[in-house]
Structures are given as C-alpha cells and as structure tokens.
Design a protein around this ligand. Structure first.
Ligand SMILES: CSC[C@@H](O)[C@@H](O)C(=O)COP(=O)(O)O
Length: 345
C-alpha cells in the first residue's frame, strides 16, 4: 500500500478520497493534476503531500525543457508557487518544494534544463526514500515508550497512507505491536472527512492490528473507563516551542488526555518542524469549505444556508504533550531547548 509512487518517471497517487470502498490510483501526467490531488485530499498527510509536490515539480520541469535556463527557473518558480498554495498548514509541503528549488538554484547559469530535470528527479526520489527510512527510525524510537501491553488512541490518519511508507504515529504503533506492546488501537473517526474511520481503521485492519472505531465525542468516555493508556498522533507543523498543529480535534483529545492523566505523544519527522516560527499562534490554519461539515456520506445533514466554521487543523500547546518522537530520538520538555538542538543537526 503506497500513497505516492514514482515508477519509470511517472507519478501515481492512491486516491484516498475513495478508500476504503475502492482502491483506485490516479496517473498524474501533469503537475496540475497532482496539485489538484493535494488540494482535494486525494493525497493527504503531511509527508505524503511533500513527496507528491516534489514529484509534481519534476513533471512541471519537464514542460520547460525547451527554455533557456533563466526562463526555466523563472517558470518553475511559478509552478512551485502554485503548489505552495494547495494547502497552507502542513509544513512538509513547503519544506519539500524549497528543497527541490534549492537544487535548481545551486546549478550554474549555463546548465541545460534537461540536466536540471534529472537533478530534480533525483532529489524527489531522495525525499521519498528518506521519508520511509525516517519513519522506520521514528517507529524504533517510539516503540521504546511502550514497554508493557498498552491500548492506545489515535486521531486522524498518521499512517503509511499519510507518508511515503510506514507512517509516523501508526509506524510507532506497528513497531510496538510487533513487540507485543499494543493490545488495541482506538481510532477516532475524525469528522468532517473521516480519515480515522476510512483510513486508519482500514490501514490497521490490513495489518491485523486490533482496532476499535469510535466517534470523536466518545474519546473522553473511553479514557474515563480506562480503555486506553496512551494517545499517539501525527503532526502537520511543529513550532519552536513545541506547539503542534494536527488534524482538527487533536487539541480536544489532548485536553481529555491531560484530565485523565494519560500520556499524549506526537510522532513526526524533522521535516514537520518549522524552525522559523516561535509558537503555534503563528501556524496558518487551513479553513475548508462548508459542505464538508454540512454533509455526511454525500447526504446533507444540516439546514441549507447555516453558518459553518470548518478549520482543518488545531494547535495543541506544548504543555499538553508528553513527548515528541522524531527520527533523532524522543524529545521531552523543555521543548524549546530540544527543538533548538534539533534545528542544528
Ligand atoms: C503523518 S501524517 C500527520 C498529519 O498530516 C495527519 O495527522 C493529519 O492531520 C492529516 O490531515 P489531512 O487533512 O488528512 O492531510
């Protein structure tokens, strides 16, 4: 199960909007189609978005092969700008695009566009390959936090589907499960787009990991009844002080976990840290269209014309986070210091 596949120079994306009913792939021969896929959540999850955008830039660059290098760079920059506008919160998107553009900008002025395209393809492949390796390391570090059989709760989907492979939060769960230290995963359905119900439940069932689906408003009761001993989620952007933006509803889960004295873990690669912002207050929060809230499974569930607020993400303050698991180890408070050290690597 791969959400972003680059094979023989072609980009294929698993259409996550159709899961679990249909396993269908989108052939992206055009970067514009890949941009649309990111915007419409056909490919979603911070690291997967970053990898998809990197390959989209390769497709975009191919269209510019006939130009001189200065014009090639100028037009590729425009493509990058459109890709940056697809989703505002997950910083991996910007990280991957900036990394790709840095490759082009390092080349001498007399470079042939074909040479630049080859370099871009190598970089995109490296971004994808590294994501897999990074998630394996996160899984190893994260599993050390589970030393006895534990039932965990997760929100949204931070699995293989949301990354190039393995997953962040679900990667940790997979590893701890293989070591006999996960007894069950409670998956929040994650309204409005049901990433938990549609994707996390499906992904875990594929691996025969025991999963129980709950609606988001059941999490408190599950905690109260001691049905989970830990929470683990992914992240879309982490500020210098350790504040974490993740799928809307994550903050509520963190508040509940604090009330019930349950550890709240975040698993994320370094590419999800934004070393340019001090706190979660600076994280741009994507707002999506009202119909995501007013409809469910294609049926309208609210009165026509009702006012809707639909932020796709929220920010969990660092004070509510027990640990942040990265590919370089497990960070603990004070996060400011730990993240400053991470930025030096
Ligand atoms: C490893 S993925 C981490 C996050 O990207 C994930 O938890 C999340 O919030 C995804 O949101 P989505 O809107 O589905 O892209």
């Amino acid at each position: 199960m791969r959400s972003v596949v680059w094979s023989n120079g072609c980009l294929t994306l698993l259409n996550q909007t159709l899961l679990p009913a249909k396993v269908e792939y989108i052939e992206c021969n055009d970067w514009r189609r890949a941009a649309e896929a990111i915007k419409h959540l056909e490919v979603r999850g911070a690291p997967a978005i970053g990898a998809a955008a990197a390959f989209a830039l390769v497709l975009g660059a191919r269209e510019l092969v006939e130009l001189d290098f200065a014009e090639f760079k100028r037009q590729l920059d425009e493509t990058a700008q459109v890709l940056r506008q697809t989703r505002p919160t997950a910083v991996n998107l910007f990280w991957a695009i900036n990394r790709m553009m840095a490759v082009v900008n390092r080349l001498p002025d007399n470079t042939a566009p074909q040479t630049a395209i080859c370099a871009l393809e190598q970089e995109a492949i490296a971004i994808a390959e590294e994501d897999k390796a990074v998630n394996e390391r996160i899984a190893e570090y994260g599993a050390t936090l589970f030393t006895a059989p534990t039932s965990v709760l997760t929100h949204c989907n931070a699995g293989a589907l949301a990354t190039v492979a393995v997953g962040t939060a679900l990667g940790v769960i997979r590893k701890a499960w293989s070591q006999g230290n996960i007894t069950r995963v409670f998956a929040d359905e994650t309204r409005p787009l049901l990433q938990g119900a549609r994707l996390t439940a499906w992904e875990l069932m594929q691996d025969s990991i025991p999963v129980t689906l709950i609606t988001d408003n059941m999490a408190g009761w599950v905690m109260k009844n001691k049905m989970v001993q830990a929470v683990i989620v992914g992240a879309d952007r982490i500020a210098l002080n350790g504040d974490v933006a993740n799928k809307i509803g994550t903050y509520s889960v963190a508040v509940l976990a604090k009330e019930h004295e349950i550890p709240f873990y975040v698993a994320a690669p370094v590419s999800t840290f934004d070393f340019n912002i001090n706190s979660g207050a600076d994280i741009p929060i994507e707002e999506r269209c009202a119909t995501e809230v007013t409809s469910l499974g294609g049926n309208c569930v609210a009165p026509q014309g009702v006012q809707v607020f639909n932020p796709a993400f929220d920010v969990t303050p660092h004070t509510m986070i027990s640990a942040i698991i990265t590919e370089h180890g497990v960070l603990r408070a004070p996060y400011k210091q730990a993240i400053a050290q991470l930025s030096q690597r």
